[in-house]
Design a protein around this ligand. Structure first.
Ligand SMILES: *Cc1c(COP(=O)(O)O)cnc(C)c1O
Length: 736
């Protein structure tokens, strides 16, 4: 009962061959380029495989960048390769699908549910966007979340444009040296190899925005990127007319000092609003995804004063009504704070235009407007300039209300106007193709469009356990070959002996329980928790009947020494005979590494110090592919875990000190592994199937996949935040 809609890409390889294709080589090339220039391809694995078939080796070497790949072809060579590989009809097919998708006039969810946004879209501001590994303008979770958000907005047809920064160098590439110490390498993004083009204004000329500060003028040009139906606009300070230093202002993500930071945020917020105006876009809603972009609200107020002749207070009220704000972290250092002098230097001219005093301006970024010692905080500005604010999980909602309660001293906690919308992941981007095919065969027609609803996913319980297990294991094998390739490459780069490289080629064993841990190496995420008791871990991983192996990956911020020491500690275990075959570290964690890991592991380990993980999303990607979460009851897992859809570390309690919390969580981690995870994984029937485990995989998929999808998330944002902010009917956000 093969009834899915997207396997067409495969059909062509054995039917209606290449005859009748009168397309010229140039036309074929143009179609491929058109496909490569809309990021729609990035969440269609069948289009990946089309590009890969053009040249599998270069495809990998070029970081899966189709534009760079096509630049290596002449139209003639492409045409001959297409004939050889029988690609013509696949190219035509996907090109037509893309065209239909972009010009979709039929009813989308957005047309039915977000009609009020019609000609006045949501302007979604974020400092980073993680869309694909070949576009280095993200560092981690926040960026990937923004990327997933705009992809789901595209899929649902919610009118939305993205605003971000174009980083010429992006975030760093990670390499570990002989000693396991992280080295950072910055590589220039090559504009000609990226799917971006200059954004044009009403007069069809490229847009440049300018921002005056007390110490000079900043210029930024604007790039446009097509992400399905969504346009993403990226500001870039590398333009003539800027001071040499300022030309590098947007070259690195989260690099530089606090002055760089405020200037980047000035460009993102104020530059972003000016870019929208130059583009002729009038947003119905401003969505500040994290505080970085909160200056946007001040520029929006200035616009209202100028356009409608409103006084400051009235214009501010109008902008507040239209603005929604999402806060992403309970870690204090995660909230930008700027000294008053820095604020005045950068906002002075705008403040003049707003007609407010320095005191008044500072007051907007202070909990207590009259406290001369308080720095200007972007989160406070975001909270004061928005009517609707949200945290990113239920637990994070509680924590955030407590954290910011002093902004509303006359209210009790429950009345603090910060709700929550739990993060989710873009299913088409993270779901493995093999799993998708399995679901397509067993789920009802059209299930994929309804991926944000619970109904379809219930059918996972109808799937034959053996088939689910087999699919999972083939993905696990793909992961292990990826790991071997990467680890042997790392060894070769460090010029290690042939023997070591050879060993790396055979590292890890597909029949062993495989646990993944990959994320930023911020210390609160406690990557080393499992290493608290090395003897106990030794007994565990080297148990002859029921061994365990671990795959680690992740970057530390370049200035985070403790984070780098954690990496070093784990990476150097490869020199310890007890762990060298059981613990591997993959360098340069990015979307590509993440995709392999979340699609292939048996178990995903997450042990942050509660309640510091606002949500976490990597575990949600694992759910889609049949992996099980083993996690502290923090972030999304605190509301997701039901006792039968994964495993919990600890009981969600807090302890007197961090030290004590770490000790107890470590003990709990060992206990859960020894008493629950490992026995269940190795409990097999005569056919080698772990039935209780497979049942848990099914529970995980049916209870979690829809709830923690970005489609569900964007539907929630639309109903509870966007529509009310645009003046439509209000919805009651579940706050508890
Ligand atoms: C999904 C993802 C993350 C988020 O990970 P969490 O630690 O769960 O928040 C970070 N980095 C990359 C590359 C990702 O794809």
């Amino acid at each position: 009962m093969n009834k899915n809609t997207t396997v067409g890409g495969r059909v062509s390889s054995y039917t209606y061959g290449e005859f009748g294709s009168e397309m010229t080589a140039q036309a074929l090339y143009d179609k491929c380029m058109a496909l490569a220039r809309n990021l729609w391809w990035s969440w269609h694995p069948e289009v990946h495989s089309l590009f890969r078939d053009l040249d599998p080796i270069r495809w990998r070497q070029l970081d899966h960048n189709p534009i760079a790949l096509l630049h290596e072809f002449t139209p003639e060579r492409l045409a001959s390769r297409a004939s050889e590989m029988v690609l013509h009809s696949r190219i035509n097919y996907h090109f037509r699908r893309l065209k239909e998708y972009v010009s979709e006039r039929r009813k989308t969810w957005g047309i039915e549910n977000a009609g009020v946004l019609g000609a006045f879209p949501v302007a979604y501001f974020s400092a980073e966007f993680g869309i694909h590994e070949s576009i280095g303008i993200y560092s981690g979770g926040l960026g990937v979340l923004s990327g997933d958000h705009i992809k789901s907005a595209s899929g649902l047809g919610v009118p939305l444009v993205g605003i971000g920064l174009f980083y010429t160098q992006g975030y760093f590439k990670q390499k570990l040296n002989q000693d396991g110490w992280q080295d950072e390498e910055y590589i220039n993004n090559r504009v000609e190899n990226l799917p971006i083009e200059p954004a044009l204004g009403a007069d069809q000329t490229p847009i440049t925005v300018q921002i005056d500060t007390r110490t000079g003028r900043l210029l930024a040009k604007v790039w446009r990127m097509n992400v399905g139906r969504v346009k993403l606009y990226l500001l870039d300070c590398d333009v003539e007319g800027n001071q040499p230093d300022d030309r590098k202002l947007t070259s690195r993500l989260y690099g530089g000092d606090v002055r760089t930071r405020i200037r980047q945020e000035l460009v993102l917020g104020i530059g972003g609003v000016r870019a929208l105006r130059a583009l002729g876009i009038r947003p119905g809603v401003y969505h500040l995804n994290e505080g970085h972009s909160a200056f946007a609200t001040l520029e929006a107020v200035r616009e209202r004063m100028q356009d409608d002749g409103l006084p400051f207070d009235d214009a501010r009220r109008e902008v507040v009504r239209q603005t929604v704000f999402t806060t992403h972290t309970p870690v204090p250092a995660g909230h930008d704070r700027f000294h008053r002098d820095l604020t005045e230097e950068h906002l002075g001219p705008l403040r003049d235009a707003l007609g407010i005093s320095h005191q008044q301006l500072l007051g907007l970024g202070r909990v207590d407007p009259h406290n001369e010692h308080e720095d200007f905080c972007m989160t406070v500005l975001g909270l004061k300039m928005s009517r609707r604010a949200n945290a990113v999980s239920q637990l994070h909602g509680h924590i955030s209300r407590r954290m910011w309660a002093h902004l509303w001293p006359w209210r009790v906690d429950e009345e603090i106007p910060i709700g929550h919308i739990t993060n989710g992941v873009h299913v088409p981007s993270w779901l493995a193709w093999q799993m998708r095919q399995l679901y397509d065969r067993h789920f009802p027609d059209g299930w994929f469009q309804g991926m944000g609803l619970p109904e379809a996913w219930q059918h996972i319980h109808d799937v034959d356990p053996g088939e689910l297990w087999e699919t999972h294991n083939s993905l696990k094998n793909l992961l292990l070959s990826f790991v071997r390739r990467r680890v042997s490459r790392q060894c070769r780069r460090r010029q290690e002996s042939d023997q070591v490289v050879e060993a790396a080629r055979n590292i890890l064993n597909p029949s062993i329980l495989t646990i993944g841990f990959a994320r930023r190496f911020a210390t609160y995420k406690r990557a080393d928790l499992i290493f608290q008791d090395l003897d106990r871990l030794d007994a565990l991983v080297n148990n002859p009947e029921r061994p365990v192996q671990f795959i680690f990956a992740g970057k530390a911020h370049p200035r985070d020494e403790p984070g780098k020491r954690l990496i070093q500690r784990i990476a150097n275990l490869r020199q310890d005979p007890r762990f060298c075959e059981r613990v591997v570290f993959i360098e340069d964690y990015d979307i590509n590494v993440c995709r392999h890991l979340v699609q292939g592991v048996d178990v995903w380990l997450n042990n942050p110090r509660r309640p510091l993980e606002a949500s976490g999303t990597s575990g949600q990607k694992v759910v889609l592919n049949g992996g099980l979460n083993l996690s502290v009851l923090d972030g999304w897992w605190a509301e997701a875990y039901d006792g039968a859809n994964g495993f919990a570390i600890g009981h969600g309690r807090s302890h007197a000190s961090d030290h004590e919390t770490d000790r107890r969580d470590g003990l709990s981690l060992y206990e859960v592994l020894e008493n629950q995870v490992i026995p269940m994984f190795y409990d097999r029937d005569v056919d080698g199937l772990p039935h209780r485990w497979i049942k848990r995989m099914m529970n995980s998929i049916s209870t979690l996949a829809w709830r923690f999808s970005a489609h569900r998330m964007v539907m929630d944002y639309t109903r509870c935040m966007y529509v009310p902010a645009a003046g439509g009917l209000s919805c009651d956000m579940d706050r508890r």
